[in-house]
Design a protein around this ligand. Sequence first.
Ligand SMILES: NC(=O)c1ccc[n+]([C@@H]2O[C@H](COP(=O)([O-])OP(=O)(O)OC[C@H]3O[C@@H](n4cnc5c(N)ncnc54)[C@H](OP(=O)(O)O)[C@@H]3O)[C@@H](O)[C@H]2O)c1
Length: 183
Amino acid sequence: MLGLIWAQARDAAGRPVIGAGGTMPWHLPEDLAHFRRVTSGRPVVMGRRTWDSLPPRFRPLPGRTNVVVTRQDGWAPGGAVPDGAPSPADVGTPVRVARSVDDALAVARADAGADGEVWVMGGAQLYAATIERADRCVVTEIDAVVAGDTFAPSVPAGWRADAGEWATSSTGLRFRTVAYLRS
Ligand SMILES: NC(=O)c1ccc[n+]([C@@H]2O[C@H](COP(=O)([O-])OP(=O)(O)OC[C@H]3O[C@@H](n4cnc5c(N)ncnc54)[C@H](OP(=O)(O)O)[C@@H]3O)[C@@H](O)[C@H]2O)c1
């Protein structure tokens, strides 16, 4: 199972914003908890810019293999396990570096459980490169207008949408989760 997971607000033109200036232009702790629940124990695949967007103290994301995609020769985050190396249990959370999206998905699937569940966690370049082969998208919709420079992909036509109830965050933001399933 390949899933894409993101959170989006919207800009003044109604476009689905996922990022601004290399970060997410909102603070929604409930969404971070939701992201952790969905992806814990599952490999996550991200573009190098999304890796860079994570505060250093929060990366690698614990309890799941982190796969970072980059075209840069020799790029390595601190503590990375070289591509192709075994992932010994005693290294803690493994970070894998892949030079292509196909390699990233193969590396992630090798570390997935029996169900093969893998999550692409952004950003826009990675969503665009993987949505055509995804089985589901789990989207947190945030009811806010923000300025942004990075946008969510379009979910392909015909997918089934399963929308949750709107809730209000401790920060005051309204949000809900919509799961899109390939039919
Ligand atoms: N709202 C959300 O849920 C959410 C989630 C994630 C991220 N974001 C936001 O999204 C923004 C980042 O997204 P982004 O689209 O700019 O960048 P991105 O997709 O995170 O990363 C792009 C980078 O990935 C590498 N890459 C992309 N395609 C590749 C390919 N086919 N083969 C090899 N490497 C490839 C390249 O790295 P190199 O340049 O190193 O070669 C490229 O510069 C940030 O603002 C972040 O906060 C939001």
